[in-house]
Each structure stands twice: as C-alpha cells, then as structure tokens.
Design a binder for this molecule. Sequence first.
Ligand SMILES: Cc1cc2nc3c(=O)[nH]c(=O)nc-3n(C[C@H](O)[C@H](O)[C@H](O)COP(=O)(O)O)c2cc1C
Length: 207
Amino acid sequence: MIIDGGPRRNMNTAKMLNSFAEGARSVGQEVEVKTVRLYELDYKGCMSCMACKVKGRASNLCKFKDALTPVLEEIAQADGLVLGSPIYFGDVTGQMRTFLERLAFPWLSYNDYRMTAPKRMPVVLVTTMNGLPERNNSNGYGSMEYCLSAALGEPKHLIAYNTYQVNHYDRFELAGFSEEAKRKWRDEHWEKDLQKAFDAGRQMAEM
Ligand SMILES: Cc1cc2nc3c(=O)[nH]c(=O)nc-3n(C[C@H](O)[C@H](O)[C@H](O)COP(=O)(O)O)c2cc1C
C-alpha cells in the first residue's frame, strides 16, 4: 500500500512513489501495488471518539467511518506500507499527519502504552524537500515515526533533497533559488533518487 500525502499528481513525491511502485511491480505479476492519494479523499483526523478504547471492545483499527475507513482496513491487511510526503514548514503535510492520527491512535494502548498494529510489515517513509542534506529544516514524520516503528517495524527512509519545486523557475517569484544550482543538483541526483525508490520497491516486493 502506497499512501501519497502530497497534493501534486505528477511532481516530486508522486514520481518517487511511482518509481517505488514500478520497482515492486517489476518483481512479478503476483505483486499487487495500490496507491491512495490522500488529497482526493474527504476525511478527518482522530475525532477522539474513544470508540477504539471501549472496555472489552478495544480495537487497533479506527472505528470512525469516513473515506479513510476502507484505506485503513486495507493497510491492516497489507504486506508493506509506503508513505510519501513533501516537507511543508519542516513537517509532513497536514493531510499526511491527519491520516497518521487515524492510523496510529487505535494502535496505542492506554493500559500498558504498547503500540500494536493488526499486523507488522515493512515500512518505507519517503520525503521530498527543498532542503539540502547538510541544511534542511525537516522533522520528517516527527513523533509519528516512533509510532510507526513500534507498531509496524523499523522504517527505511528515502529522501529526495533540493527538488525542483516548479518546472520553470523564470515564471515565478523564486529569486531566493538559483535555477542553475537546482538544475545542477537535479542532473546529479534526481535519477539516482528515483532509482533508489525503484530498488526499495523491488526489495519490499521480494520480501
Ligand atoms: C507550503 C509549502 C511549504 C514548504 N516548506 C518547506 C520546508 O519547510 N522545507 C523544505 O525543504 N521545503 C519546503 N517546501 C518545498 C517542498 O517540500 C518541495 O518542493 C517538495 O519536493 C514538493 O513536493 P511535490 O513536488 O511532490 O509537491 C515547501 C513547499 C510548500 C508548497
């Protein structure tokens, strides 16, 4: 299951996730890959309804019903989870964070503070950003990373730095960026970033 937490259908995050999907599919026809685009769904974050913690009927699957319900059910059955998001103001997008609240709150036991998902599975966390490896403000998946790690397993990270934010820098007020420097970085790194995503997809499918 691939969860795309970015708004743009054909830009950096979507391309990284597509490459991951291609890598997974390259293993064979028996590999099923599904991508869900969060921005196309109408859903809320955790409603604090506490239905997942009712005495005797606690559930590690969110009980609130909306467009996210079938997605959460499918993740519970999946063999692997890939999350992708651009970095917005240092964090993943609000849409991704909102999704993660619904995914992870039912995992948390307020009896013993353990995090238990319906099933453990390999996890890959993808982020794309303007920042450079040595100069970035990214907090990545932040506190949610502990939840994912405890409940599903230690995640692998794929990070695309210094991405092309627009296809034509001369059409926008973006004087703070040098298009030449961006292009140089893209020429040196972007194909490699996509290849890493492809390889990670193949590796997860082989697992
Ligand atoms: C609202 C907004 C906030 C952003 N904040 C950051 C940021 O804090 N750090 C950063 O490195 N890039 C930031 N960026 C740049 C994006 O993370 C980067 O362009 C990313 O690759 C976009 O992904 P996309 O092409 O899939 O939309 C921001 C972009 C937007 C639109």
